[in-house]
Design a protein around this ligand. Structure first.
Ligand code: HEC
Length: 243
């Protein structure tokens, strides 16, 4: 009886080593050539019209910013709440403010350093432009502005647009639409406190020459770096002329 047990154990051990398992199945390895397919590739191209799960994009308004007739949407295709606007603010400050400025006046730091100045969001034409136009600009670019479709996913684009609408309101609200307690705190024109005057000054809506000449000099370049201190160092005075 003992011997039989031993025999079974030995047989089991030997068969375990013979590797007659899935490791030896006939299969192609990743990116190896194939003799079976006419194009010689093992990796097969997607069947035309294949859509990855979760990428059906059935919601035309959401993904194109247009209605079924192809006109720019007048209203956001997703519900707007405070969380969306706050998300928009964060994304706006990262992706748009460098050129359009934190308040949307078109005076971002890149513009102050010479990039084409975008129009302010507070001009009548852009105030009345439909939200679909903003979606189009972010998705496909506009003139000198490249598109941000790779950096900003669809829902974030709408969040940014909701925030731009909030920015526009912040600079152009009808005082009668404000709640009474907020309205009562508004200064009468010409009677702003020093603090309020300073706040208004900090956010100029129209650029002044000072915006383009008084920006701080670049931080010192460490010695030994080509162009460091002295000749060639980047100072406002040797910035290219703004046209
Ligand atoms: C690198 C600088 C830059 C960045 C970043 C940038 N823009 Fe622009 N944007 C421009 C310039 C320049 C124009 C004007 C283009 C022109 O008229 O040739 C413009 C124009 C626009 C316009 C006005 C289009 C019109 O009808 O006149 C909108 C709206 C706009 N941008 C939205 C955005 C949004 C939203 C973002 C962030 C996702 C963004 N931009 C990021 C430079 C930028």
């Amino acid at each position: 009886m003992k011997r039989l047990g031993l025999l079974i154990a030995v047989c089991g051990f030997l068969s375990g080593c013979s590797r007659l398992d899935m490791q030896d199945q006939p299969k192609y390895k990743y990116q190896r050539p194939s003799e079976f397919f006419a194009d010689g590739r093992t990796g097969r191209p997607e069947v035309e019209g294949t859509i990855a799960r979760g990428n059906l994009e059935e919601d035309v308004a959401l993904y194109t910013g247009k209605d079924e007739k192809g006109a720019d949407l007048e209203a956001l295709p997703i519900p707007v709440d405070k969380a969306l606007i706050e998300r928009g603010q964060v994304r706006y400050d990262i992706y748009c403010a460098p050129c359009h400025g934190r308040v949307g006046n078109g005076l971002g730091m890149i513009v102050r350093r010479g990039f084409k100045q975008p129009p302010s969001y507070h001009i009548d034409r852009l105030r009345s432009a439909p939200v679909g136009h903003y979606y189009e600009v972010i998705t496909n670019g506009y003139g000198a502005m490249l598109n941000y479709s790779a950096q900003v996913p669809v829902r974030d684009r709408w969040a940014i647009i909701a925030y731009i609408r909030a920015l526009q309101l912040s600079q152009n609200v009808n005082a009668n639409e404000l709640a009474a307690d907020v309205r009562s705190k508004l200064p009468q024109p010409g009677q702003e406190s020093a603090e309020q005057k300073a706040a208004i000054k900090m956010q100029p809506l129209a650029p002044t020459d000072a915006d383009f000449t008084n920006f701080p000099a670049n931080p010192a370049t460490p010695a030994g770096v080509p162009g460091a201190a002295g000749a060639g160092a980047l100072k406002p005075s040797n910035q290219p002329e703004r046209k």
